[in-house]
Ligand binder design. Structure first.
Ligand SMILES: C=C(O[C@H]1C=CC=C(C(=O)O)[C@@H]1O)C(=O)O
Length: 340
């Protein structure tokens, strides 16, 4: 059975870890992956591989994998996707927006998942695409037997090097052909600033926070607002605490992030059958640094069923048709990158 984790940095450096993985509650001294689900339900999220190999090319990757012979002959997956139905998502959209207008919520991110049937080929072949994703994206993957997930995300949850923690607010998406007016789009700015403000506030207890300017960023063919934020950590803060403090940011979660908000978020994720990996933290502690991303822009599979999720932030100014199109654009960018 294949048991592996893969992590790639935006500059192309990547590592593949092979099982069996030892599991720990706290970060170990050496190298380990951090893999959890969205609700952080795994009490032992630090996965220490039996073997870790730096990989640069798909040849390196195949050579590093114990089952490389089986994969060498495998074809890329062909998937028959089903058009997602609007009803459930429309209902969720209306209820969230109503709660926002009634000041019960400020923002919530529901997730729509397109499902498909694997017609032929092997989804594990897509591990190559993770490795070869465009510069500027972080790649992540976890495969266990006949299930797995992988993706190429533009969103960093945190990177800790020495006493510096770097993170970002990534939220707000331009409509197609409206990139010029995006920088002044009030609704998208509001959606973004809720995320940046949350992160800034959450990090204050850990040290001096610096916030960069809101910028327009173009990862993988989409246009988003991005604000870089960093903090000089006063004490050697516990990584699990930092993750729990930041995750889920309102870029994939809700605001306020109190019990009632979190319950609503969990309820929408359940109703809409959001895969557990989606939006969760995924990281690697290597070479005295910890890199951890938000697992969006990815897909998952369980035997022959494939899942392609995408989320969008709902605020008072959101309109259903725009959000529906944004969800599709996000899924299309993933489908294009992975060729599915
Ligand atoms: C939740 C997703 O994107 C996040 C990242 C960038 C922009 C987002 C937005 O504009 O809603 C989301 O916060 C996704 O790609 O599924």
């Amino acid at each position: 059975m294949m048991d592996l984790a893969l992590f790639r940095l935006p500059d192309g450096r990547a590592w593949v870890g092979e099982g069996p993985f030892a599991e720990a509650a706290a970060p170990p001294g050496g190298t380990a992956f951090y893999v959890n689900d969205f609700t952080l339900s795994d009490a032992r999220p630090w996965k220490i591989p039996a073997r870790l190999t730096p990989v640069k090319s798909r040849e390196d990757l195949w050579a590093a994998l114990a089952q490389n012979e089986a994969l060498n002959d495998a074809a890329a997956p062909k998937v028959r996707w089903q058009k997602p139905a609007t009803e459930w998502f429309k209902m969720a959209f209306r209820r969230i927006r109503k709660d926002v207008l009634a000041h019960k919520l400020r923002k919530l991110v529901p997730v729509l998942t397109e499902e498909g049937e694997l017609q032929s080929g092997d989804p594990r072949v897509l591990l190559c695409r993770v490795l070869e994703a465009p510069d500027g994206l972080w790649g992540y993957a976890r495969v266990q037997g006949n299930q797995g997930f992988l993706g190429a995300t533009p969103e960093l949850l945190m990177q800790i090097e020495g006493s510096t923690l770097r993170t970002m607010a990534l939220a707000g998406t331009a409509k197609p052909n409206r990139e010029e007016s995006f920088a002044a789009d009030v609704k998208e700015i509001e959606e973004h600033e809720l995320v940046a403000g949350f992160i800034e506030e959450a990090l204050k207890e850990f040290g001096q926070v610096s916030r960069g300017a809101r910028e327009v960023s173009h990862p993988a063919g989409l246009t988003h607002f991005r604000t870089d934020i960093s903090v000089q950590l006063q004490n050697s803060a516990d990584i699990n605490d930092l993750i729990a403090r930041l995750h889920p940011t309102p870029a994939v979660g809700c605001l306020p992030r109190d019990e009632s908000g979190r319950e609503k978020l969990a309820e929408y994720r359940r109703q809409l059958k959001t895969p557990a990996f989606f939006g969760a933290p995924f990281g690697l502690k290597v070479d005295d640094a910890f890199h951890c991303v938000v697992s969006i822009r990815g897909l998952a599979w369980n035997e022959a069923t494939m899942f392609l999720p995408s989320g969008c932030g709902i605020v008072g100014g959101s309109a259903f048709d725009h959000e529906w199109r944004e969800l599709r654009l996000k899924r299309e960018s993933v489908a294009k990158l992975f060729g599915v």
